[in-house]
Design a protein around this ligand. Structure first.
Ligand code: HPA
Length: 275
C-alpha cells in the first residue's frame, strides 16, 4: 500500500510547477511515446525531479510527465513507465497512478504493447482491454488499507469501464480502425513466455500477454477512476509466432502503427464525454 505522505509530497511538487486541471491522464507504453509529442505542451516534468517517482531504463521510455492540451482540454501524459521486471516493486510501479488520484484525475487511459494469444489477431491490431488476469500474483494494495485512498476490498468486476470502451469503439469507427477486444494477461517478464505458458493462457481465456498495466489498473480501480486499456499487438506470442521473439520486433511493429494509434487517441480525447 502506498504511503499517503509520499503521495501528497509528489502531488504538491507537481502542483507547485503547474496549475493542474486535467481530469484525464494517459500512460504511454513501449513504442507509444510519440503521442506525447503531438499534444499542445504546457509543461514537462522529469520523473527524477518528482519526489518518490522512479525511472525506467528501458529503451523508448522517456521518463517524464507531460502536461498538455488536446482541443483546449488539459491532459496529463505519463511518457514512459517503469516495470516490475526492472526490479521495482508493484507499489513503486503504480505510485504515479496514486499521485494522479490526488491531482484530481478521474479517467485513466492505460496503453501497452503485447503479444497475441488469440490466434485471430495480427501484429498491428489494437485491442481494447475488457478484463485482465494477474499471473504474477503481486498487487499494490497489500498491507494496511488507507481509507483516504480507497476501500479495503475493491470490486474489480467492472475495472475496464464499459462507458469508455463504447466511446473508444465509436472513436475507432470514425477513424476507420477496427478494434479487437479481449483479456490482457500480465506476466512478470523480462523473458518472453514459453509456448506451454501461452497455451495455458489461451485455455484460461487470455487474448494478449504483456509485462505491465495490471498494477496500475488495480490502483486506478481502488482510486475509483474510470479505466480504458488499449493494447497494441506487437507480435504473435511464443509458440504461435514462428520466429524468435525480440524487443526489436516489438518496437518495429509499434513504430509502424504509432500514427494509427495516435489518431485513435486524439479521436477518443476529443469526444465530448471525455470532459
Ligand atoms: N509477451 C510479453 N510481453 C510482451 C510481448 C509478449 O509476447 N510482446 C510485447 N510485450
Amino acid at each position: 500500500m502506498h504511503k499517503y505522505d509520499q503521495v501528497m509530497e509528489a502531488a504538491k511538487y507537481i502542483k507547485s510547477k503547474v496549475d493542474v486541471q486535467a481530469k484525464t491522464a494517459i500512460v504511454l507504453g513501449s513504442g507509444l511515446s510519440g503521442f506525447a509529442e503531438k499534444v499542445e505542451k504546457i509543461a514537462e516534468l522529469a520523473y527524477r525531479d518528482i519526489p518518490h517517482f522512479c525511472t525506467s531504463k528501458v529503451e523508448g521510455h522517456k521518463n517524464r510527465l507531460v502536461v498538455g492540451e488536446v482541443q483546449g482540454r488539459q491532459v496529463l501524459v505519463l511518457q514512459g513507465r517503469y516495470h516490475y521486471y526492472e526490479g521495482y516493486s508493484v507499489e513503486e510501479i503504480s505510485f504515479p497512478i496514486r499521485v494522479l488520484q490526488f491531482l484530481g484525475v478521474e479517467k485513466l487511459i492505460l496503453t501497452n504493447a503485447s503479444g497475441a494469444v488469440d490466434r485471430s489477431f495480427v501484429p498491428g491490431d489494437i485491442m481494447l482491454i475488457t478484463d485482465h488476469i494477474n499471473t504474477v500474483g503481486k498487487n499494490p494494495l497489500i498491507g494496511a488499507n488507507d481509507e483516504r485512498m480507497g476501500v479495503r476490498f475493491p470490486d474489480l468486476s467492472r475495472l475496464y469501464s464499459e462507458r469508455l470502451r463504447s466511446l473508444a469503439l465509436k472513436a475507432a469507427a470514425s477513424c476507420e480502425i477496427t478494434l479487437r477486444e479481449g483479456v490482457y494477461v500480465w506476466t512478470s517478464g523480462p523473458m518472453f513466455e514459453t509456448p506451454a505458458e501461452i497455451r495455458a493462457y489461451e485455455i484460461m481465456g487470455g487474448s494478449a500477454v504483456g509485462m505491465s498495466t495490471v498494477p496500475e489498473a488495480i490502483v486506478a480501480a481502488h482510486a475509483k477512476m474510470e479505466v480504458l486499456g488499449l493494447s497494441c499487438i506487437s507480435n504473435m506470442a511464443a509458440g504461435i509466432s514462428q520466429g524468435t521473439l525480440s524487443l526489436e520486433e516489438v518496437f518495429d511493429t509499434m513504430k509502424e502503427n504509432e500514427d494509427r494509434f495516435t489518431r485513435l487517441m486524439f479521436e477518443i480525447l476529443c469526444d465530448e464525454e471525455m470532459k
